[in-house]
Design a protein around this ligand. Structure first.
Ligand code: NZQ
Ligand code: ZN
Length: 387
């Protein structure tokens, strides 16, 4: 195995601890920018509760609403301007991954004189950032505990990601009850996203730690067990809590260990979202089984079999080729039958016209060094398998 650095400094309040929100905000100053999306927090009553806590504590409240799913760079720019104009001390992001991601680049953008898009397009260094506190309302991206963020620029058809430790939230409030109102579709897409974050790490031919394999397998089993429960019974506390904590641990860096391979499905999906503005988790669900099928060979088969046996409960007595095939089929059934996500790109109105360009962009004209190496031709073939 390779060595690695483990550093996850986000303080987590799990459960109903919103009474601690104002004391945590106060540690960073008086002027708070509250950021949120299209209004779900108003419908659920969360907005009133949060504003109440902030006002009771005598903090100065500024608000930025309307952050889109697949957040746009224009929203980030609006936030940066507000931070600068109002000398904001701390950003409070309340919502799903889109609100959290946009807020991360507002936090960094507030500290520089250049356009925040350059953090993504040119990977300009993040040297400072405003402190960020989050209240998560959707279990999916893990943005509540990671340093990553993904921003869309519709003018250039680009959806670009970037991670930096300075972008990690200082504090995250994770209350599973705040996810009871998440729609069936977003719950399913979120589950597919969590699964994909784990699979991107798990499906590797690099040797790493046995204990991390076990943890990843348990995390995947957790999603497979509890996502259907949350779909049938949205206010099931046990299901929502398990999904929420799994989402954070899937991508906060812990399961990476010393692995160095690149993620494959996420870059392919980000092109789908960039070109067609689709929900991230849905794109991942459509791509993942096809990608695994494309990757299946003599070298990758043992890992796919391990997944089939340890996560999906397939008999180890069967021939490896059969186990691997069944594993991919069962994964498809979970995504498309149990979670009821659309099975093909055709079903969501996407044809092959942009595949070549998307494949070039996903591979940045080179090779994704993932479970198997993928060049643009490979990626194009995988997109075609999704039609
Ligand atoms: O905007 P509002 O009104 O809040 O509604 C949202 C939105 O329409 C709604 N929602 C959120 N919480 C809700 C709720 N509706 C009812 N009740 C609640 N409690 O759900 C819709 C989708 O929200 P969004 O934030 O877009 O979803 P998600 O959390 O899946 O975030 C997706 C974004 O995160 C990026 C994705 O690419 C995508 O842009 N990712 C971020 C990552 C990271 N930071 O590390 C990694 C991921 O792989 C991913 O790429
Ligand atoms: Zn993801």
């Amino acid at each position: 195995m390779n060595g690695f650095i483990y550093n996850i400094p986000t303080k987590v309040y799990f459960g109903d601890h919103l009474n601690m929100l104002a004391p945590e905000l106060k540690k960073f100053g008086k002027r708070v920018l509250l950021t949120y999306g299209g209004g779900s927090i108003k419908q659920s009553g969360l907005y009133n509760r949060i504003v109440g806590e902030i006002k009771k504590a005598g903090l100065e409240l500024h608000e930025l609403s309307g952050i889109e799913p697949n957040p746009r760079i224009e929203s980030v720019r609006r936030g940066v301007n507000m931070c600068k104009k109002n000398e904001i001390d701390v950003i409070l992001a309340v919502g799903g991954g889109s609100v959290l991601d946009a807020s991360k680049f507002m936090a960094a953008g507030a500290k520089v004189d250049f356009d925040p898009w350059l953090f993504l397009s040119e990977k300009r260094p993040v040297k400072k950032a405003l402190p960020l506190i989050t209240v998560l309302t959707l279990s999916a991206t893990g943005s509540e505990m990671d340093g990553g963020g993904v921003i869309t620029n519709l003018k250039t058809n680009e959806k670009l990601g970037r991670a930096d430790d300075l972008l990690r939230p200082k504090v995250s409030f994770l209350d599973p009850a705040l996810t009871y109102t998440v729609s069936r579709f977003q719950t399913a897409a979120g589950a597919a996203d969590i699964l994909s974050h784990i699979m991107e790490e798990y499906f590797t031919t690099e040797p790493d730690l046995y204990m991390l394999d076990g943890i990843m397998e348990t995390l995947m089993k957790t999603v497979i067990k509890y996502a259907p429960v949350a779909l049938d019974d949205p206010e099931n506390e046990e299901a929502r809590a398990n999904l929420m904590w799994a989402s954070s641990w899937a991508i906060n860096g812990f399961i990476t260990g010393g692995k160095t391979h690149e993620w494959s499905v996420h870059p392919m999906e980000h092109e789908l979202s960039a070109f067609y503005d689709i929900t991230h988790g849905l794109g991942l669900a459509i791509l993942t089984p096809r990608w695994l099928k494309y990757c299946l060979n003599k070298n990758t088969m043992p890992r796919i079999c391990q997944f089939g046996i340890n996560v999906l409960g397939i008999s180890s007595q069967l021939a490896p080729a059969l186990v691997a095939k069944r594993a991919i089929d069962q994964l498809s059934d979970f995504l498309f039958k149990t979670l009821k996500l659309d099975r093909t790109l055709t079903e969501i109105g996407i044809g092959d016209k942009d595949f070549k360009q998307m494949a070039q962009k996903a591979t940045r004209g080179g090779v994704i060094e993932g479970f198997i190496p993928l060049n643009a031709d490979d990626v194009e073939k995988i997109y075609e398998m999704c039609l």
